[in-house]
Design a binder for this molecule. Structure first.
Ligand code: NAI
Ligand code: ISE
Length: 342
């Protein structure tokens, strides 16, 4: 069976996902697209040589009879409406992060999905599919460094566009750490604190950069993350888990190490698309495979909701300077069939 997919939003990541499904992955076919920028949607169909219809809006894509499943890659504030409409239509939906821009919006999605009786929603937290994070999780889960005690992370982008606003370091970038670390540690968060170091002169005017976020988990693990989105030198994701008997680092992306002119040289990636390119492939291939089987295994609407609750606490912590408690309600039994990624 081929999964016939409708895509809402043909911008940067929408085009990337369309290309990978069309050229690199198997079992999926793009049959419908839409974008508020209709010219762009038409250009994507033409340039990618797609056998797909361009619809006027997202709801028409969701309700099109030829569409089996939906991918939402439009702007964050539009996600809730499209995910809810997909649930109402009984169609599986892969939604890029964020699931919705508020915790209340995510909760509405959770409630609608539970009421529908079928798990239909997957959120685009691709780091869980990264070879390096999976290897790190394997080390932690197998007790090779004892019980984890602390985690040190960094999320660095060389620069960000002028559309990147004050809290996006937390709501747009740090969300990836929030998701992947609770998956990595099999734990949830109980508090957040945000520290604002000296500001770089190289950020857009009015933008705080960097941020330092401190999270505490239920088990008492302390996580510190530097989010520095105008670091200039590259796109650099670091994660080090300190355990009782050892330390485990997220592997660096492979790159040739050159010895030349009395120096050791190696490349650092610059674009987030390249750093996690394999993870996006694995993520969407697994989504296609499981959707065809009528299953849903990836990061769930519940995971999207927990991330949103945690983000809200981080934003509050930033603006109040306080340590903000995080209270995550008990996970509904509906989501208890947690798929453990190897
Ligand atoms: P983008 O701005 O390049 O593309 C978004 C597209 O959606 C635009 O073409 C826009 O015209 C279209 N759009 C907006 N509202 C729409 C609507 N109501 N109906 C149809 N089309 C609509 O943005 P980008 O970078 O592709 O991001 C899209 C989403 O993907 C965001 O939520 C972002 O956070 C997420 N993202 C996830 C990444 C990841 O690593 N998992 C990486 C980059 C983005
Ligand atoms: C972007 O939206 C992403 O999701 C990237 O994965 C992230 O690293 C970047 O900081 C965000 O702006």
């Amino acid at each position: 069976m081929v999964l016939k997919i409708g895509v809402i939003g043909t911008g940067a990541i929408g085009q990337d996902h369309i290309r990978r499904i069309t050229n690199n992955l198997s079992g999926g076919k793009i049959v419908a697209v839409t974008d508020v920028n209709a010219e762009q949607a038409n250009a994507v169909v033409k340039n990618e040589n797609l056998d797909a219809k361009v619809y006027e809006n997202g709801l028409d894509v969701i309700n099109a009879t030829e569409v089996d499943a939906v991918i939402v890659t439009s702007w964050g504030p539009t996600h809730e409406e499209f995910v809810l409409a997909s649930i109402a239509a009984g169609k599986p939906v892969f939604c890029e992060k964020p699931l919705a821009i508020t915790a209340e919006g995510c909760k509405r999605i959770v409630d609608a999905e539970v009421a529908s009786g079928k798990q239909l929603v997957q959120v685009g937290f691709m780091r869980r599919y990264d070879k390096g994070y999976r290897a790190l999780k394997n080390v932690v889960d197998n007790g090779k460094i004892g019980e984890p005690l602390m985690v040190h992370c960094a999320h660095r982008n060389p620069s960000v566009p002028s559309s990147y606003t004050a809290d996006m370091a937390l709501t747009d970038s740090f969300v990836h750490e929030i998701d992947v670390l609770r998956w990595l540690l099999n734990d949830d968060y109980v508090s957040a604190q945000v520290i604002l170091p000296r500001n770089t002169r190289l950020a857009e005017k009015g933008l705080q950069d960097p941020h330092m976020v401190l999270l505490e988990t239920k088990q008492g693990i302390r996580i510190d993350t530097e989010i520095f989105v105008n670091c200039q030198y590259g796109y650099d994701i670091q994660c080090q888990v300190v355990g009782e008997t050892g330390i485990a680092n997220l592997p660096e992306p492979s790159s040739v190490l050159i010895r030349s002119e009395a120096k050791l040289l190696t490349d650092i990636l610059v674009d987030w698309k390249d750093r996690f390119i394999d993870s996006y492939d694995v993520e969407l291939q697994e989504w296609i495979n499981s959707t065809i089987k009528g299953e849903m295994h990836g990061p769930s609407a519940w995971d999207g909701y927990v991330v949103a609750v945690t983000v809200d606490a981080c934003v509050k912590a930033k603006h109040t300077g306080q340590i903000v408690p995080i209270s995550i309600p008990e996970r509904p039994a509906f989501y208890s069939k947690q798929y453990v990624l190897q």
